[in-house]
Structures are given as C-alpha cells and as structure tokens.
Write a protein that binds this ligand. Structure first.
Ligand code: ADP
Ligand code: F6P
Length: 321
C-alpha cells in the first residue's frame, strides 16, 4: 500500500483536525502519499480529492471544526454511491481510507469494507456514543464548553432564584448531560438511558428550595425531549416556579480542542496509519482503559449498544440534591 486517504463525515467535532494532522504526518513518516477528501462521502463520490503535504496540516492541531469540511450525504447508503466512491479512490491509486466520524459515518466505512476496500473508522463525535471505545474525539472539549455555560447560568439563576432547564446535545445518548451535570453540580440530570418521574423531580426541587437553595439547574439531554417540552411538563405539575429554558445548540460543537482531545486524536490517527501499514482494514480504532485498541468494525457495530457511565446518575442523586 502506497497511497492512503482521510475524510471527515457527519457532525464535526473538536479534535478532528488533530486527527487529520496525525494521519498526514504519521502517514508521510511511514512513507505513504496521503490524500485528503473534502466534504465527507459527498466529496468522495464527487472526486474532491487532493494530495496533502506535511506543511498543509501546520497550525491546525489547535483549531476546532475540520479543515476537510464535513457533510451529511444520505445517498452514500445506496450501492451506487459506494461503487462510485471506490471508483474515485481507484482513479487516484488510493488503497486505504480512514473515515473520521460518528456511527452514521461508520456505516459508510462498513459499506466500503463489505465491498473489499480497506477502511478504518476513527470515532469523531461530541456525542460519545460510538461502540468500541470508551471516549470519542470531541467529547472532552464539548463537556468543558457546556460546563462553562452551566457555570454562567448558575450565576444568573442564583441571582434571580430561578430554575433553569438546559438542553444539551448528544442525539440519543446522555453522556454529555451526565458528565456536565456532575461537573456543574446541577440538581437534576435527565437522560434517555434512565427513567424520570416529573412528580419526584418537583418534590426534589421543592425540598431544595425549602432548605434555602437559591437556584435549580436541570441538565436535559436532547434525546429525551426539548427544553420547552420539559418546561411544559413542569408547568402542568406545578405552576410556582420562575423557570427559563436554555438550548445551548451548536456552540457545543465549536472551539479549540482540549488537551485530552488533541492527544486522543493524535494517538488514534497514528494508530489508523499503523494498521493500514500492516494492511489491516475493516476495523475501528478505540480507547479502552487508556490503551488504544482496534476491533472488527462490523462485529463492533453488531455488538453491545453504547452505554454511558450510569453510575454518575446515582452519584448525582447523592451529592447534588
Ligand atoms: P455521524 O457520522 O456523525 O453519526 P450521520 O449519521 O449524519 O453522522 O452520518 C454521516 C454520513 O455517513 C451520512 O451523511 C452518510 O454519508 C454516511 N452514512 C450514514 N449511514 C450510512 C449507511 N447506512 N450506509 C452508508 N453510508 C452511511
Ligand atoms: O452528532 C453530533 C450532533 O451535534 C448531535 O449532538 C446533534 O443531535 C446533531 O449532531 C445535530 O445535527 P445538525 O448539525 O445536523 O443540526
């Protein structure tokens, strides 16, 4: 194998650039020609492919987003798109591909693998919802961004004795809500992986207010419902609160990657290149117990669903009431 390529796909995540840089630099270090594909699978099918040199990835380790741009391109689920993609790779003489993205992007990597093209998945998403890894690239930066917002909201919530419902991202996963709920000392964490009883939530809020608490912060994962829907639920059961809804939205996806995400991305990107050097494809890279690992991508996606660290949920009940 002499030529390899990299693309970023799905929602961008801070640290994707650090992964691209690692793949390019480690790739060239190992003697490969490295190609960048712009706009994810859309760019692959369109042949938006160019050679990347060592200097092209200067000054990107500290930048959020992805210099290769990203795209949602549902057409890649069809065979026609996948075949066209492989044709483009062959046209450039590329023999191995690294896909940085979330679980949707992994499906694209699986499709290429099933068609016999050596492809490696690197988990890049703020949601932390990818099988085969404890952490994804972008999650650490995002939880720090959300924490910063929650700290600010606490100031104003306390000044006005308000209840804030803060909707955070995560798609169907509660990881962002769990980690930021604990980290901010928020009174309630509402996630898809755990039931909640609105009457109990209200009792707990009222207990806190009776004890002299000046605010309540409820961190709500978007996979449960919207902040406005949750406010309606609260209002139906109790009309007494001065409540505000905050939707943090896409600010959660931007910004300079944290040290942890830069290191994780560098390690994972380099690992993907090592695997291609050994002619290994059809796998995804992960981190388990601080070790960089790889597993068969098809088996991994068919395996156990991703579970957040649910012990954090109970911990919050015990320390943030
Ligand atoms: P993420 O990778 O962040 O989960 P998406 O779910 O939007 O984001 O997926 C990113 C892209 O991966 C899609 O726009 C599409 O190009 C590709 N993709 C998603 N599902 C499939 C599939 N079943 N087969 C092939 N490609 C897919
Ligand atoms: O997967 C990353 C993510 O930011 C999710 O947390 C969120 O549900 C979704 O992408 C938002 O997608 P879009 O950027 O297309 O609005």
């Amino acid at each position: 194998m002499k030529k390899i390529a990299v693309l970023t796909s799905g929602g961008d995540a801070p640290g994707m650039n650090a992964a691209i840089r690692a793949i390019v630099r480690k790739g060239i270090y190992e003697g490969f020609e490295v190609y960048g594909i712009s706009y994810g699978f859309a760019g692959l099918v369109a042949g938006d492919i160019r050679r990347i040199d060592v200097n092209d990835v200067s000054d990107i380790i500290s930048r959020g987003g992805t210099v290769l741009y990203s795209a949602r391109y549902p057409e890649f689920a069809k065979e026609e798109g996948q075949e066209k993609g492989i044709e483009q790779l062959k046209k450039f003489g590329i023999e191995g591909l690294v896909v940085i993205g979330g679980d949707g992007s992994y499906q694209g990597a699986v499709a290429l693998t099933k068609k016999g093209f050596p492809t490696i998945g690197v988990p890049g998403t703020i949601d932390n919802d990818i099988k085969g890894t404890d952490y994804t690239i972008g999650f650490d930066t995002t939880i720090n961004t959300v924490l910063d917002a929650l700290d600010r909201l606490r100031d104003t919530a306390t000044s006005h004795m308000r209840t804030f419902v803060v909707e955070v991202m995560g798609r169907n996963a509660g990881d962002i809500a769990l980690w930021t709920g604990i980290g901010s000392g928020s009174e309630q964490i509402i996630i898809p992986e755990h039931d909640f009883d609105i009457k109990r939530v209200i009792e707990e809020i009222e207990d806190g207010l009776k004890r002299g608490k000046k605010h309540t912060i409820i961190v709500l994962a978007e996979g449960v419902m919207t902040a406005n829907e949750f406010m309606d639920l609260l209002a139906q059961e109790s009309g007494n609160y001065d409540t505000r809804a905050t939707v943090l939205g896409h600010v959660q996806r931007g910004g300079a990657p944290s040290a942890r995400d830069r290191v994780l991305a560098s390690r994972m990107g380099a690992k993907a290149v090592e695997l291609l050097k050994q002619e290994i494809g059809g796998v995804c890279v992960g981190i388990k117990n601080e070790q960089i690992i790889y597993t068969d991508i098809i088996e991994t996606l068919n395996g156990e669903p991703h579970r957040p660290l649910l012990e954090l949920y109970q911990l919050n009940k015990e320390i943030s009431y």
